[in-house]
Ligand binder design. Structure first.
Ligand SMILES: Nc1nc2c(c(=O)[nH]1)N[C@H]1C(S)=C(S)[C@@H](COP(=O)(O)OP(=O)(O)OC[C@H]3O[C@@H](n4cnc5c(=O)[nH]c(N)nc54)[C@H](O)[C@@H]3O)O[C@H]1N2
Ligand SMILES: Nc1nc2c(c(=O)[nH]1)N[C@H]1C(S)=C(S)[C@@H](COP(=O)(O)OP(=O)(O)OC[C@H]3O[C@@H](n4cnc5c(=O)[nH]c(N)nc54)[C@H](O)[C@@H]3O)O[C@H]1N2
Ligand code: SF4
Ligand SMILES: [Mo]
Length: 903
């Protein structure tokens, strides 16, 4: 994929700053800042000061391919919305003052209330070097372990599962195993949208080897099911029963691997016994999981008869109040059959963020120590402290994310530093998180973006260098460490996170531990610590990278840990059946399946499931800037089964209120037979910057897994009702507007415009006056308007010098003109007479068709265009669509949707 972005001024500045750079250095290899697949990118600065971004054909994760998000990165690089300067109490200041303020604030709180009265909340989007120094500062110098990370929301159940089974948090597999497997089971993973390049590798492997089977286990029929031979739409939360049932079945089929169990494991008998008691028969499992018996039996048969099976799993497993047990139930089946440590098989947890894995390695979680050591282990504490030569060491595990925010709420934690995460949006029961942040006497936020739901609570804002501006390492899902390299100068006064942390540490009096000349120096120290007195007892060892000089660090090639010798990585773990438990044996864990604590009842009869969309990344601070990405899903929606919609009188496209015991949100209803009856799906992405009422975590329950602390994001009892405003409408404007006078609004950034969907409970007394207040800034505008007072229909178009500046359409119901033709007019400098005539009608007088919502982001092909062409031209394959309309021939992320349209 080719992407291009003009950065004249930035590039000039960069050249001035780095005069010595030669032409050949203008090609920079780096790594994608989004998901844990960890694709390589090549950034090329051309002679005109532009940057071209392409997939790196040499990176082993993606071999040149990129998904829609990676391919649209160039639309996120501009300075719009960036945090460019340090700010204290809303005022711009210089770095010295801001850093002094943070150091002094933390020192004061610690002096008065002790080290546990402060906390850091970090993120899998920090680089390893950033993460390492933050962790060192908190645990070794401040002397508290109140440092947790958004990986708590993401991976922590897997960490528990891994440690229980393997004695270490080790992912056994590598990506190549996907190509060598004969069966791939995806559990609670919508990889087609969330790990698109891996998904494509699986799709391609399946094309080349038709005997490769794919099974998807997910309550919803997701785009990932497009390549599945079998889809198990199980009852939400019933995974542990399903895998316990599989364990029993494997035993019955004689698939127990006795030699492996004997030599390499312990606990299988107890695990099997509990499975027998809780999932005795196919019939009982089918009933408990809400599945048809033949479908379940087919999955069990496939699993039993296939030696080379990889189970890929993600948040549908982890994000649960029994996530750790669900992970163990999966690992049990692999251990029971000895299917681990060999090519083409194993349990494979997909990591979410680009450096979720790196964060686990450096000990970003409150209960871990650096380099996979344990905070609860006195020997590990002593070893790390001695290596650091640090004045203190946290003595016990700190608070996990949810507990940490509860401690802030109670006033026990008084100073909080948040880096590279947006907890005001992403934590469950988020209204309560807002209250806690409001209550905290010192909130410091390091971010690249100025205005987020979280930065609004900050007393001190520190501008962090963004992707493309900073240097360091990340680790992807297959333990592969890759370099992120900078190819742009920092925006404004932004600085790398590690630099900011070290500056604060030095100002807190810890000069000795934080005097690093470069990120490379931090990496060397970290690599050395991983090998320090290790002797093969700890899985994480990258001591082979401890001697890299600056140039070697700069040129570091992607490599999988452990790395004992320079240049030699380890694709696969546990090949010899030795594990990191005290006995060296893996453990099977008895799993008693537990239902979520909060289950549907009469008052809240539906289950709310939340997750991701193809083209948005989390809280939208970056992907929300890219018109190519917002067009796929411009508004938050709730997917609803047709049966539930009928019962509740909900028609497709109406607004609905979703409420739980914790809070409320308003989103648009989309009726879909891909949903399980009784279960809704709402994306996690929208927040107070992009919608008035779309922040779904206001609704999500705050229950969590007692072992991992991972929240129950996929299961909240809710009720749903039609939201009935007195008027509906939309507006398109070249400027961003303040919509606080509309009770419902959602904004999406288009190419040269902002698109708002709006609705209101009270109609204004005078529509034209209201529209003028909302849209007018300046003189010299011509208005074209239509008003039907009695029916509350209003249409207004504001023109300046023959160019459309904004338009607004209001009606009592949702019957409004389609948006795409109107939006297209915002790319023009002047309009034809016919187009002017079409304005108030909201459609092209020439009869051009509306293209509908965008399916193919690369070539902006809409759903109407596609369905029309499929019908009229009799298209029957993705290839035919591609050759006629180009859709699907770019990044390929839309292929599952194209297939769904064909079907
Ligand atoms: N486009 C995009 N990609 C991303 C991200 C993004 O924001 N946008 N974020 C990245 C991050 S940090 C992460 S963690 C990953 C997450 O990647 P995924 O885990 O694949 O994504 P989700 O959509 O959160 O959830 C996966 C699926 O779990 C299903 N599920 C819900 N309840 C259950 C259940 O009880 N059992 C089972 N088996 N399944 C269930 C949901 O229906 C959903 O389809 O994605 C990464 N990639
Ligand atoms: N309902 C529901 N909620 C969920 C989930 C779900 O499935 N359902 N999933 C959970 C999961 S798995 C995850 S991982 C979280 C993600 O949730 P968050 O981590 O809160 O989401 P992001 O939008 O990725 O936030 C990253 C922030 O860091 C900033 N940033 C980007 N790069 C840098 C940098 O280099 N330095 C600094 N200092 N800042 C930077 C961005 O501008 C942004 O504000 O959400 C969780 N919340
Ligand atoms: S799959 Fe897409 S989002 Fe994930 S790393 Fe690759 S290009 Fe980036
Ligand atoms: Mo995540």
């Amino acid at each position: 994929m080719l992407a291009r972005y003009l950065l004249h001024q930035l590039a000039e500045k960069f050249d001035n700053e780095t005069e010595s750079r030669t032409m050949s250095e203008k090609v920079t290899r780096t790594t994608c800042p989004y998901c844990g697949v960890g694709c390589g990118l090549v950034a090329t600065r051309d002679a005109h000061g532009g940057v071209v971004l392409e997939g790196d054909p040499e990176h082993p994760a993606n071999r040149g391919q990129l998904c829609s998000k990676g391919a649209a990165l160039e639309q996120t690089l501009d300075l719009e919305g960036r945090l460019l300067h340090p700010m204290v109490e809303g005022r711009r200041t210089d770095w010295d003052s801001a850093l002094d303020r943070v150091a002094q604030g933390f020192r004061e709180v610690i002096g008065r209330h002790g080290p546990d009265a402060v906390a850091f909340y970090l993120s899998g989007q920090l680089l390893t070097e950033d993460y390492y120094v933050a962790n060192k500062l908190m645990k070794g110098y401040i002397g508290s372990a109140n440092i947790d990370t958004n990986s708590r929301l993401c991976m922590s159940s897997t960490v528990v599962g891994h440690k229980r089974a393997f004695g270490s948090d080790t992912v056994p597999c590598c990506y190549e195993d996907l190509e060598r497997a004969k069966l791939i089971v995806l559990v609670g993973s919508n990889a087609a949208w969330c790990h698109p390049i891996l998904y494509r590798r699986v799709a391609q492997a399946k094309q080349e080897h038709p005997d490769l089977h794919v099974v998807v286990i997910d309550p919803r029929r997701t785009p990932t099911c497009d390549i599945a031979d079998l889809h198990l739409p199980l009852r939400p939360g019933s995974d542990a029963t399903l895998f316990n049932g599989l364990l029993v079945y494997l035993e019955r089929q004689g698939e127990r691997n006795d030699p492996f169990l004997e030599h390499a494991t312990e606990g299988w008998y107890q695990a099997l016994n509990v499975a027998r008691a809780t999932a005795p028969s196919l019939e009982s499992v089918a009933a408990l999981c809400g599945l048809a018996e033949p479908v379940l039996a087919e999955f069990y048969r496939l699993f039993a008869r296939t030696e080379r099976v990889v189970t890929l799993y993600s948040q549908g497993v982890n994000q649960s109040s029994s996530g750790s047990d669900r992970v163990s139930a999966i690992l049990n089946c692999h251990l029971f059959t000895g299917r681990v440590g060999r090519p083409g098989m194993g349990p494979f947890s997909l990591t979410g963020q680009p450096n979720a894995m790196g964060g686990r390695e450096v000990g970003g979680l409150a209960n871990q120590l650096t380099a996979h050591m344990e905070l609860a282990d006195p020997q590990h504490r002593e070893l790390v402290q001695r290596f650091w030569g640090s004045p203190r060491m946290a003595e016990r595990p700190g608070l996990m994310a949810l507990d940490l925010f509860r401690a802030i709420e109670r006033g026990e934690i008084k100073a909080l530093w948040i880096m590279a995460t947006n907890p005001a949006v992403s934590l469950p029961d988020s209204n309560r998180i807002h209250a806690a942040l409001r209550n905290c006497s010192l909130v410091v936020v390091s971010d690249c973006v100025a205005d987020t739901d979280t930065t609004r609570f900050a007393h001190v804002l520190l501008p962090a260098a963004a992707w493309g501006e900073k240097d360091g390492t990340v680790t992807n899902s297959e333990r592969r460490i890759s370099r992120q390299r900078r190819f742009l100068p920092p925006a404004g006064e932004a600085r790398p996170d590690w630099w900011i942390i070290c500056e604060v540490a030095r100002r807190m009096g810890f000069r000795n531990g934080f005097d690093y000349p470069s990120g490379a120096a931090i990496f060397r120290e970290y690599a050395a610590l991983s090998g320090f007195e290790n002797g093969g007892e700890r899985d994480f060892d990258i001591s082979g990278l401890a001697q890299l000089d600056e140039t070697e660090y700069d040129r570091l090639q992607p490599i999988q840990w452990p790395v004992y010798r320079p240049g030699q990585g380890t694709p696969r773990m546990f090949a010899r059946g030795r594990f990191f438990t005290p006995s060296g044996k893996a453990r099977l864990i008895p799993v008693e399946p537990r239902l979520p604590r909060n289950i549907p009842d009469q008052e809240y009869p539906l289950v709310l499931n939340t997750g991701r969309l193809r083209d948005q990344w989390h809280t939208m601070t970056r992907t929300g800037k890219a018109p190519r990405l917002t067009e796929h899903s411009p508004e938050p929606t709730a997917l609803i089964h047709p049966g539930n919609a009928r019962e509740l009188g909900i028609a497709d496209g109406l607004l609905v209120t979703i409420s739980s015991r914790w809070g409320e949100a308003v989103v648009r209803a989309r009726i879909s037979d891909a949903q399980r009856r009784g279960s809704l799906f709402v994306p996690m992405h929208w927040n107070d910057r992009f919608a008035s009422l779309g922040r779904i975590n206001a609704v999500v329950n705050p229950d969590s897994d007692p072992l991992s602390g991972q929240p129950e994001f996929k299961h909240t009892p809710v009720r749903m009702a039609v939201y009935e405003p007195s008027w509906h409408g939309f507006l398109i404007s070249r400027q961003r507007l303040d919509l606080s006078t509309a009770s419902y609004w959602v904004v999406a950034k288009g190419d040269g415009y902002y698109h708002y969907e709006i609705a209101g409970e009270e109609p204004p007394a005078d529509w034209p006056a209201w529209a003028r207040r909302l849209l007018c800034s300046g003189h010299g505008a011509d208005w074209v308007e239509y008003l039907d007072r009695s029916r509350h229909c209003y249409r207004g178009v504001r023109m300046v010098k023959g160019r459309v500046e904004s338009c607004i359409f209001i009606a009592p119901g949702t019957e409004l003109p389609a948006r795409s033709w109107l939006a297209g007019l915002f790319t023009r400098e002047t309009l034809s007479d016919a187009e002017r005539r079409g304005l108030l009608l909201g459609k092209s007088p020439a009869g051009e068709r509306e293209i509908g919502h965008i399916v193919c982001a690369c070539f902006s092909v809409g759903v109407n265009t596609l369905t029309e062409a499929i019908r009229s031209q009799g298209l029957s394959s993705v290839e035919e669509i591609g050759s006629l309309l180009k859709a699907g021939t770019g990044c390929g992320s839309c292929i599952p949707e194209l297939k769904a349209l064909l079907a």
